[in-house]
Structure formats: C-alpha cells, structure tokens
Design a protein around this ligand. Structure first.
Ligand code: NAP
Length: 483
C-alpha cells in the first residue's frame, strides 16, 4: 500500500519536560518516525526544555538512546537518525523560575509555526502558560499541547481552563487524549459514517448493548504515587473510556470538522444519566503469583483507591433509550486488551427452530494489543448435519486487509502532526472536559462520603466477581479479556 504523507509547514516544537518518561517513550520517537516519513520540512526543529543540565550534544545522545529503545531497528539503522538528531536543541529551563527563558526566546525562529508541548506535571501548566505569554514567545498562531490529567474534578479542570484561557484562545489549546489518535478509533468513525451498512442499525432498536473494555496487565508500580490520588475512574473512565463512548454513541456530525465533531460528543456526555451506585463495581488487585498487591505497590496498607472499575450507564436520548453501555477498565488483569463490542439483538424469530440456537451479530473494535475490526455473522455450520448455525468472524485486521506496509502509526505521531496542521478534531474541548467531570464527580464524591472500599480481585484475573454479577443480572456476559 502506498502511504500518502500530507506535507506540513515548517515548525519549532518545544517539549517542556523533554527529559521525562513521556517525551522519551512517546513524543520523541513519534517525531523521529514523522521525520523519517518526510514530515519535518527543512527548518523544523525540536527543542527539549527541562531543569536537567544538558548541552546540545548531551541532549542529542539522550534522545538517540530513547529513539533506539523505542523505534524499530530498521529505521534507526539508516542515516535518518543522525539527520534527525541535527534538528534537536535543548534549553535548561525552570518552569517556575526565570532560568532559561531568555535562552529559549533567542533560540526560537520567527518564521515558522510554534508548538509548545506541556509534557510536565499538571501543576506546571499555569506557570508555563504565563511565562510563555510574559516572554512574548507566542503569537496568535502558536499552539500548546496539554497532557492528561486535565484536573482531578470539575472545579480544578474549570480553574485550569480559566488559567489557559487567560493566555490562549480555545483554538490554540490541544488537550490530548492519545486514545483518539489510535488508527482504529478513527476507523470507528469511518466505519460508522462511511458505510450505509451500520448506521441504520446503530440504535436501541437493533443494538442490545455495548461493552467497552480497557484492560491492562501491568500494575501501578512506578506510578503509584500519582495513581493512588487518581484511581481508575479519574485515570481512565473520565477521559479514555468516555471518549470512546462518545464516538460510539454520537450522532453523525454534519462535517468531519473540529467543532462539528466535538459538539456531537458533548451532547452524548450531557445525555449520560447519573449512575446508580448499584451499577458500579470498584476493585483493587490483591497479591498474585510473584507480583505485589496494589496496596504494596502504592505502599499504603489501607488504600481505598480503585485499580478496577466496571459500570453500567445509559445515554438518555432518542437513539439510545434503553440500551445499556457497560464500561470496564482495570490494572493487573488477565491480559492487555482494549476493545469495544457492539452486540446486536437476536433475530426476532428463528425460522430454523429451537435446535439452531439463538444467534446475533457482534461488531468488535479491537484497539489493543492489535488493532482491527471484526464483524461476527451467523452462517450454516458446514456438513450434512442439518441446519445447525454457527457464528463466524469477518475479520478486518488492518495488517491483512491493507497489506504488510499498513503499520498503524503510533497515536502520538498522528496527534502531533494534527497540532502542526492546526486540526483540533481529535482533541478535547474545554466544555467536553468539564462535562465529563460533571458526570464523574458525583460518583467519586459518593464513594468518598460512604468510605467505599474496593473489592479485592486476583492479579491476572478478569476483575472482582461482582463485576460479573453486574452484567449477569441483566442476563448478559462480558466478552473475554485476551480471548
Ligand atoms: P516525568 O517522567 O516525571 O517527567 C516530568 C518532566 O518534567 C521531566 O522532563 C522534568 O525534567 C520536567 N520538569 C519537572 N519540573 C520542572 C520544572 N520546574 N521546570 C521545567 N521542567 C520540569 O513525567 P512524564 O511521565 O513524562 O509525564 C509528563 C506529563 O505527561 C504528566 O502530566 C503526565 O501525567 C502525562 N502523561 C504521561 C504518560 C506516560 O506514559 N508517562 C501518559 C499520559 C500522560 P527535569 O527534572 O529535568 O526538570
């Protein structure tokens, strides 16, 4: 398959937190891959900025290591890496002090797009915005990219929105949710709105229910201090799972344009019914073979933070009235597996009689570990044994369908290039983020008021038994994790 690379204008991208984990594992490797594909025109440069003292050669050596660790050997063996490193610069800078800001001002080019990636803890977002403004480093065409978490509740998110809005227009602020940059997530929109096949059936009349699962095999070790204050609801549900739910549930936008798409997503969030506490299960992983428990990982023997959550919710609008959405996410589960399953209703009447069994269609959108879409259809089981029916998958795994070169680009590659292109479609708008917090806040406050303790579950299982009951009560079953 011939990949079509859309040219972008020259840019300077400053990575605040250019020495951090995210920059090392995701942002810098993503920029390297875009460079290899010719998407860093002539004068474009990357400027790392953090407090660590590096000269430019030292930073290039740091980035070289990061790229080799996180990109395929094939790419790194070429002359590309040396040429890429030439584009790198570094400023020793303190987001909270005056150090380094004049150096950054001197280094920036005046004739190209300026993007500032805030890959630092959220407590520094306001300082960075204010200093960028004070040092005249931005113009009306400059953009900032803001990482998650965006606040920890409605109040803090609204405050952060106000701080950023005092220095930037909404059109300059790119709140990143890397799930939206995944190829399959965008394909979800292509499948829904590019085909006639699904959209007429995409409603409560034909869809029995929808499941969204984001399961991780890893625990929280290494991020324990952050996670302990956050938990699965804030870390995953409020952003990633809700964004997926929006894309599944939203009405077709008039155009695939930023505000048209985000208006429709916002309507979904606003149509979410408050969740009955009986329809939520919180869990916390217990000790497993050779792995510590959650409480050991965060070094808090009385922790009440959830590392797992399952819930049932409803989008109360004409399209989805009566269709439950089951959301589930957790750490230390059986496998790394993220998927959305749209389960269609059984045929209203079986002409094949009771022995043929009950059958229905399922559309599964697989996001991790591999990306692909599978439609399960019912056919006759081959052979002379009468009319027995069986469900078989029509598999649209991208690698097979689009050929061996259809390597799905990392979400960060796509999203960073969208920032440079000035396309906010896959980024969250201020009102979306606040609406999502407005829905999750009462749930979290309810747990806090009741001193709710999460249910323990075995490491590498599918979560607490209560999560199975949550869906079985409705005579349904979760789809397997890592199946
Ligand atoms: P990290 O490894 O702790 O890196 C933080 C970065 O900020 C470092 O480069 C640090 O460099 C810099 N920094 C800290 N204080 C500074 C200051 N006063 N002035 C200038 N630079 C300062 O964190 P991370 O994991 O990369 O995460 C960065 C952001 O991305 C966070 O908001 C996080 O929540 C978000 N995020 C991370 C991931 C991930 O997988 N890591 C995923 C999603 C979102 P110096 O110490 O050299 O100053």
């Amino acid at each position: 398959m011939v990949s079509r690379i859309i040219p972008v204008d020259p840019f300077d991208i400053v990575i605040f937190g250019g020495t951090g984990d995210l920059a090392r594992r995701k942002i810098l490797p993503a920029l390297f891959k875009r460079f290899c594909d010719g998407q860093m025109p002539g004068e474009s440069r990357i400027i790392g900025a953090a407090r660590t003292e590096f000269d430019v050669q030292g930073y290039r050596a740091f980035v070289r290591e990061a790229v080799i660790e996180n990109c395929s050997g094939r790419l790194c063996e070429t002359d590309n890496l040396a040429a890429f490193l030439e584009r790198l610069h570094y400023v020793t800078l303190d987001a909270r002090g005056e150090k380094g800001w004049d150096d950054l001002t001197t280094l920036m080019q005046t004739t190209c797009i300026r993007a500032f990636y805030f890959s630092v803890g959220p407590s520094l977002f306001g300082d960075l915005a204010e200093r960028l403004h004070r040092h005249n480093l931005t113009d009306e065409d400059s953009r900032i990219v803001v990482e998650k978490p965006f606040g920890r509740d409605l109040e803090t998110a609204a405050r952060l929105n106000r701080v950023l809005a005092s220095h930037f227009n909404e059109g300059q602020i790119y709140r990143i949710d890397h799930y939206l940059g995944k190829e399959t997530v965008q394909n979800l929109m292509a499948v829904r709105f590019g085909n006639m096949l699904f959209e007429p059936l995409w409603n409560s009349q034909y869809v029995d229910h929808i499941q969204i699962t984001v399961a991780e095999e890893v625990g929280v070790a290494g991020r324990g201090a952050y996670y302990e204050k956050s938990g699965a609801m804030r870390d995953m549900v409020q952003n990633h799972l809700m964004q997926l739910l929006c894309l599944i549930a939203m009405e077709p936008p008039a155009k695939f344009e930023p505000d048209a798409v985000r208006d429709e997503k916002l309507k979904v969030i606003r149509a979410l019914e408050p969740v009955d506490p009986h329809h939520i299960v919180r869990g916390q992983y217990a000790i497993g073979d050779d792995v510590p428990s959650y409480r050991e990982d965060v070094d808090n023997s009385r922790s009440k933070t959830e590392s797992f959550i399952a819930l049932r919710c409803h989008v109360t609008n004409w399209r989805w009235a009566g269709t439950p959405f089951y959301l589930r996410t957790g750490k230390r589960l059986k496998a790394r597996d993220s998927q959305i399953t749209v389960v269609f209703k059984d045929a209203p009447h079986s002409i094949f009689g009771p022995e043929a069994g009950r059958h229905h269609n399922e559309l599964t959108i697989q996001l991790q570990p591999d990306e692909g879409i599978t439609l399960c259809v019912t056919i006759k089981e081959p052979g002379p044994g009468g009319m027995r029916l069986v469900d078989v998958p029509l598999d649209m795994s991208f690698a097979e369908a689009l050929g061996p070169d259809a390597d799905a680009p990392d979400a960060y590659e796509r999203l960073i290039m969208d920032v440079i292109r000035g396309n906010q479609t896959l980024f969250m708008r201020n009102d979306e983020v606040e609406a999502a917090w407005a829905w999750t806040d009462p749930i979290i406050k309810g747990w806090e008021a009741r001193s709710d303790v999460p249910k323990p579950y075995d490491a590498f299982s599918t979560g607490p038994d209560d999560a199975k009951l949550l869906i079985r009560r409705d005579r349904r079953e979760w789809r397997g994790i890592g199946a």
